[in-house]
Write a protein that binds this ligand. Structure first.
Ligand code: CA
Length: 484
């Protein structure tokens, strides 16, 4: 029978800009696999606007660390050769590779151009606050050091819908580029009226040449790297019709199993549901709503009602399309979407995504290996390893929930005959020490179970009636499983 699958987001915001990250991946791949992590989400592999850029300020989609551009051959994470090498080693270790693709904008243009814009109200981008006028914008991308290799497409202002800086007057604003067939993209998030524009030079998916070029790039990237799927960045700012087209084209080209997970960062569950409908469920979405619930639970402590933890989450309403996660490179402290799940609750949060039936969980590099930068956070590998082990060996079979007390919840996975000694009983407390009486099954009467997190040292015997009474220490999680 197929084992549970788990993603690791293989970077954090402060991953050192030493050009050695693909080498780290290559070295760690066997260890990841041994920990039950059998797919990785890589940061953007394309050349950013500098050697330090984490990849979201994408400069050249066709430069994977191969050309001397922006003062560097390598990207922040390494060279193209090192990337391909790391992917090969991942595949040898049966780890799938999902690459982060940034298609909303381009950064670090080679030259300025003069063109017509209207300035819009940042709070309502449908509202024009100027007459058309000329700016000098950074929108010309020539890629001279690439010499047209892989693609001779050269970007200019006609391929963008907006920008935020006028060089001529050294002035910032949100400038919508005007011209024939020029308007903000439809089918984007409606915050600020129309949230097509996020940052840098915003790629215009109304333009047929642009759509063609980006689909062609998507195929080239998958063919070149042999990756198994994409993590789609910032999709609430991109015409949803294009994303549907992109996914459809890629699956036709690479096979139906080519995988997509989209970053649609909207805590409103209804918005995510609408998005999935729009793209006809061709892609999965990160469960942002669940992330915020986990964050809230970690802040409120015992004042949070744990029985509501999955209310209004994507994993509850769309279990087959939800990628569950605890934190990521944007939610970590000091970053743009800071909403860090507090340390004390982290193991419980991971138990909630790793040990249940639903969702495709993603473990954050920063949680496992730690976070660097000015305010470092120690990795929680020791706390997470037993949970990953439980996911790999124990968390199978029917799931019975005991969400019956605001401060202590539990659930049982009944196990499956194909995996010996599988099954587990999970108890989480955000208040006092507690316990939960839960049905394991009469056929397992007399077995002794232990807590594989080692938080509790006692052995629990399953009673004749098939029930066990499983304790948990206040403010923690225990995962009980059959002692072998
Ligand atoms: Ca956009």
């Amino acid at each position: 029978m197929e084992r549970n699958h788990t993603i690791m987001q293989f970077f954090e915001w402060h991953t050192p800009a030493d050009g050695n990250h693909w080498k780290r991946l290559k070295e760690l791949a066997p260890q990841l696999k041994a920990n039950g992590l059998d797919s990785v989400w890589l940061p953007p592999v394309t050349k950013g606007q500098s050697a330090q850029d984490n990849g979201y300020g994408v400069y050249d989609h066709y430069d994977l660390g191969e050309f001397d551009q922006k003062g560097t051959i390598k990207t922040k994470y390494g060279s193209k050769e090192e990337l391909l090498d790391a992917i090969q080693v991942c595949h040898e270790n049966e780890i799938s590779v999902y690459i982060d693709v940034v298609m909303n904008h381009l950064a670090g243009a080679d030259e300025t151009e003069t063109f017509q814009v209207v300035e819009v109200d940042p709070m309502d981008r449908n509202k024009e606050i100027s007459e058309p006028f000329e700016i000098e914008g950074w929108t010309k991308f020539n890629y001279e050091n690439r010499h047209g290799k892989y693609s001779d497409f050269k970007w200019n202002y006609s391929h963008f819908s907006g920008t935020d800086y006028d060089q001529k007057n050294d002035r910032k604003g949100i400038f919508r580029i005007v011209g024939e067939n020029k308007h903000w993209n439809e089918n984007v998030d409606n915050e600020f009226g129309n949230f097509d524009y996020l940052m840098y030079a915003d790629i215009d998916y109304n333009h047929p040449d642009v759509k063609k070029e980006m689909v062609s790039w998507g195929k080239w990237l998958a063919d070149t790297t042999g990756c198994d799927g994409y993590r789609l960045d910032a999709i609430k700012h991109i015409n949803h019709d294009f994303i549907k087209e992109f996914a459809t084209e890629l699956m036709a080209h690479r096979g139906e199993n080519f995988y997509f997970v989209g970053e649609f960062w909207n805590p409103q569950l209804a918005a995510c549901q609408k998005y999935l409908d729009h793209v006809e469920f061709k892609i999965d979405l990160f469960d942002v709503a669940l992330h915020y619930k986990l964050h809230e639970a970690s802040i409120k402590g015992r004042n949070f009602d744990l029985t509501t933890i999955f209310d209004n989450t994507l994993v509850k309403t769309h279990p087959l399309n939800a990628v569950t996660f605890v934190d990521n490179h944007d939610s970590q402290p000091d970053e743009s979407l800071e909403s860090w799940v507090e340390d004390w609750f982290k193991p419980s949060a991971y138990a909630l995504i790793l040990l249940r039936k639903d969702g495709y969980p993603c473990v954050f590099y920063g949680d496992f290996f730690g976070i660097g930068g000015d305010h470092p956070i120690t990795g929680k590998k020791d706390a997470l390893t037993p949970l990953l082990y439980a996911r790999q060996e124990k968390a199978y079979g029917e799931q019975d929930d005991y969400f019956d007390h605001p401060n202590t919840i539990g659930w049982v996975r009944r196990g499956v005959p194909e995996i010996a000694h599988s099954g587990c009983a999970v108890v989480i407390s955000n208040g006092e020490d507690g316990e939960k009486r839960m049905l394991i099954g009469k056929e397992r009467a007399g077995q002794t179970w232990h807590d594989i997190t080692r938080s509790r040292k006692e052995q629990i015997t399953i009673g004749k009636d098939g029930y066990g009474v499983f304790p948990v220490t206040g403010g923690s999680v225990s995962v009980w499983a059959e002692s072998e």
